[in-house]
Design a protein around this ligand. Structure first.
Ligand code: HEC
Length: 167
């Protein structure tokens, strides 16, 4: 009699433990959180080029920011139109972190890494190409904004940041 009781007890314990493990495993599979799904997340690059593929047409070569600072020349003159376009784009893509004046403190800065004041002389001395590549591929922490901006638009932002730095 005692053995049977012990056996039933053992089986119940096993079932409970098994159920617990199974429900833990299923929690991952059957999540109801819509944020947690196999989709492209903000700031994620949707497609990498296939390995060993050769870019045709207007594909840009990937440069480090240092190289870009040396070899890229700003082809867009800082006309009023370019500055206006740069300002509009800066407000959309940069001000959320860097603030409207480039001094930091945008609404996302508090939730992310607080960015530096990009109007100080240290950043003024960075070449245009370095700034362009920062916008395109980001910094050590800053996410690149290249996916959403054309080369012309990135140079417009470069021109506008230079304008902010002069103010
Ligand atoms: C999600 C927040 C975020 C966004 C959006 C963002 N930045 Fe940044 N940025 C940072 C942070 C944080 C740093 C400092 C760390 C780093 O360099 O990665 C930084 C650094 C920089 C620097 C200094 C790089 C250097 O070392 O010279 C420049 C210039 C800059 N950002 C410009 C921009 C411009 C222009 C845009 C819009 C196209 C932009 N950032 C969008 C967060 C952001």
């Amino acid at each position: 009699m005692r053995e049977i009781k012990l056996m039933i007890f053992g089986v119940v314990i096993l079932l409970l433990a098994g159920g617990g493990i199974a429900s833990l495993a299923l929690r991952g599979a059957l999540t109801t959180n819509m944020g947690d799904q196999p989709s492209i997340k903000p700031q994620e690059h949707p497609f990498e080029p296939p390995p060993a593929s050769v870019p045709l047409g207007k594909w840009e070569k990937t440069l480090s920011r240092e190289e870009a600072g040396k070899v890229l020349r700003n082809p867009v003159p800082p006309t009023l139109a370019s500055l206006q376009s740069g300002q509009r784009l800066y407000e959309v893509y940069c001000a959320l972190c860097h603030g409207s004046e480039g001094k930091g403190g945008g609404p996302v800065a508090a939730k992310f890494v607080p960015p530096p004041d990009i109007t100080i002389s240290f950043f003024q001395q960075r070449p245009d190409g370095f700034l362009y590549e920062t916008i395109r591929s980001g910094g050590p922490l800053m996410p690149g904004q290249g996916e959403s901006l054309s080369p012309k638009e990135r140079w417009d932002i470069v021109n506008y940041v230079r304008d902010l730095q002069r103010k």
